[in-house]
Design a protein around this ligand. Structure first.
Ligand code: C2E
Ligand code: CA
Ligand code: CA
Ligand code: CA
Length: 275
């Protein structure tokens, strides 16, 4: 582990997090992360196989802790979800991602992760519509990614929010498909525009017959429900080829590009005249 000037360890140690005090400290720091400007977003391309074009980017949140270094979202998002913090962080992410998308070509979409905890209150709809208006990005360019955990509760309020968002023109994707409390029943009740096949199914494609079968079923299901499909975690050419043969429309993963800071987004994707 490297030491900073003050002698503190900048590497992130999972074993330390096991201690409750440490977790509490981290949560306290998280409360000040927005005002201290410690968050930034990285963007990972969504790639359309047939046209060989990048159609948009997914925004992924990064927290640069002053002494711990980069804290993984898998650690701090759950912490934020336990309190109201996720509402503020989620709002920051939306505004930042949309402000960024406003500088891109108008045919590029921006995908934003929305935690189930953000849908607990009545705030989300207003936040999204407000952030869209401020940025001037048209609603059809925004894709909200939600996970199956949300659907577990079969809450009418969530359903209403999703329908309203969709009526506003926002697209809705179901993230990590196949990993959660999968019930096919909610596909009848929730208006998804897109299914994201989880990377765990993509990993051992094309050698594993079981993974192949699952991906095949998901793709068939998506076609029947007229949902778009994207596979995440694509790292190898063979995975891309197999997914293309099976009729998956889009991919995302290290093979195309790793998540990158905003300034690394290619000039061809930027508007010539910034607003
Ligand atoms: P996710 O939404 O499933 O995002 C995909 C994750 O897979 C990202 O991890 C991405 O960097 C990683 N990834 C992309 N391509 C590859 C690949 O080819 N191979 C492998 N092994 N991994 C790949 P990341 O950025 O660490 O984010 C982890 C999770 O944290 C996300 O999973 C999402 O659930 C959550 N998250 C990130 N940003 C936000 C946010 O702004 N809001 C909320 N609510 N959650 C977020
Ligand atoms: Ca996602
Ligand atoms: Ca995912
Ligand atoms: Ca995931």
């Amino acid at each position: 582990a490297k030491l900073t000037g003050r002698g503190r360890c900048i590497e992130y140690h999972p074993e330390l997090l096991a201690e409750r005090q440490d977790r509490r400290n981290l949560e306290m720091d998280l409360r000040h992360a927005i005002e201290r400007d410690e968050f930034h977003l990285e963007y990972q391309p969504l790639y359309h196989i047939e046209s060989r074009r990048i159609t948009g980017y997914e925004a992924l949140l990064r927290w640069q802790h002053p002494t711990r270094g980069l804290v993984p979202p898998e650690i701090f998002i759950p912490l934020a979800e336990k309190s109201e913090l996720i509402i503020h962080i989620g709002d920051w992410v939306l505004r930042e991602a949309l402000a960024q998308a406003a500088t891109w070509n108008e045919n590029l979409t921006i995908a934003v992760n929305v935690s189930p905890a953000q849908m607990r209150g009545e705030m989300l709809l207003g936040q999204i519509i407000g952030a869209l208006a401020t940025s001037g990005v048209s609603p059809g360019r925004l894709e909200i990614e939600i996970t199956e955990t949300l659907l577990m509760h079969e809450c009418d309020m969530h359903l209403r929010t999703l329908h309203r968002l969709r009526a506003h023109g926002v697209r809705i994707a179901l993230d990590d498909f196949g990993t959660g409390y999968s019930s096919l029943n909610y596909l009848r009740r929730f208006p998804f525009d897109k299914l994201k096949i989880d990377q765990s199914f993509v990993q051992d494609l094309p050698v594993n017959a079981e993974s192949r079968a699952i991906v095949d079923i998901v793709l068939t299901l998506a076609r029947r429900f007229r949902m778009e499909t994207i596979a995440e975690g694509v790292e190898e050419e063979a995975q891309l080829t197999t997914l293309a043969e099976m009729g998956c429309q889009q991919v995302q993963g290290y093979l195309i590009a790793r998540p990158m800071p905003a300034h690394k987004i290619p000039a061809e994707h930027r508007r010539s005249r910034a607003t």
